[in-house]
Design a protein around this ligand. Sequence first.
Ligand code: FAD
Length: 462
Amino acid sequence: MPRIVIVGGGLSGLAAAYRIRQRLPAGEIVVLESAARPGGNVWTERDRGYTVELGPNGFLDSKPSTGDLCRSLGIDSQLVAASEGSRKNRFLYLDGRLHKLPGSIPGLLRTPLLSLGAKLKLLSEPVRRRPRELPPDETIAEFATRRFGREVADTFIDALVTGIHGGDPAKLSVAAAFPRLPKFEREAGSVIRGFLRASKEKRRAAAAAGQPKPGPPRMWSFAGGLRVMIEALSATVPVQTSVGVRRIEKTESGWRVRGDGTDAWPADVVVVTAPAPRQAELLADLDPALADEIAGIGYAPIAVAVLGYRRADVPHDLDGFGYIAPQRTRRDALGVQWCSSIFPDRAPDGCVAWRVLCGGTGRPDVMAWDDETLLRKVHEEMTITMNVQGRPVFDRIVRWPNAIPQYVVGHRERVARIESHAARHRGLILGGNAYRGIAMNDCTEQAERIADDVASLVNASS
Ligand SMILES: Cc1cc2nc3c(=O)[nH]c(=O)nc-3n(C[C@H](O)[C@H](O)[C@H](O)COP(=O)(O)OP(=O)(O)OC[C@H]3O[C@@H](n4cnc5c(N)ncnc54)[C@H](O)[C@@H]3O)c2cc1C
């Protein structure tokens, strides 16, 4: 009976364990999680009528992997879609007010966010020639400036990077963080042409399969929050919480995973999904060079302040997802998600629930603020940007020092080196959001690949 130990009970570890169990029903699988609960970044609290997401707010249906996992777990009937308004209306806070982000060509022509020159530059992207030799990797800022012009890069692309990565567009790799963009340029000669071509292909495939015409991606969660998925996963695989793994050792017959104290778990295969700095610590004795490579993956810190306000104290109609303040504006809040406008029942009657995201690589100083200071600053920010008229009636703060791995230029090459190095250690598999995608969808997609790899290893040995 193969013994498989998974280190880290976040979404990556739990989903991998679930998919491994499907492929190897006779396997002895255990997930070791250092925290007192499973889920890692993904967790929901319910308190005084508020449903509070501490990490992600939802997952997109732009990739099928998380939806497939929910169907496989039998929890898909509990899924709730984000409101139509939140899908259509997203805002940018710039020059002292909220601007609706344009969602169409006429909207783009009308937006005051860009000069006429910048609009023309953006609209002429499909006919802009692709350089004869494309750089192997570029920063997001370089790529966006080259394709769309500086204003679009500084305003829209910065906002996109702030909202997803909390990182610096002048450092992050476009190929690692947004692989579709350089692919479109490479294959279609232009990002816009590539995007239109891909959308047409998607529509054609949906029509051929008798499915409705696909729209823009939609965000999903559960009435009870994303914790529903974590609880469903944890019910299918044994998870031992409050077990901090300290070392991973090679033995004559395979592996030994050592926890705090004297506990040790023998294993044929070890899957490590803890955040990169922890992976590096666990592997430091086994392979210092591999550990050094992994330790080179940095993270953006994020502080999430969940605030409840009385609806009557908020003059805005709140028909939307929320807003982002581009990082170059260096505001105290990177952005705000209007959670009770996105999903139903997130706040008690007569109240709203918002998540204010602070920090990122541009404002790590925010992480040192104590709760009182952070609350005061985010509330002040809400009086400025949202014109709120009363004090918060609910608050909850959570800090994620290692929130989002930063895929800087050279990340893909680093991952290739890590993978080829790790391949020398048969039975050791590295995963988690540090390598090939930071979204929940990437973690659930990766789970299938990990399960395939574990199954081939086990089947080859037997
Ligand atoms: C604030 C925030 C908002 C986000 N918003 C979204 C969103 O809206 N949509 C989306 O798709 N994605 C979002 N993400 C990203 C997504 O949540 C993560 O990429 C994903 O949850 C990562 O899962 P993981 O299992 O790879 O890592 P983690 O969640 O970090 O899990 C790793 C686990 O390993 C455990 N661990 C660490 N060290 C040890 C050890 N020594 N021994 C045992 N266990 C250990 C940790 O306790 C943790 O539980 C967001 C992330 C954050 C932080």
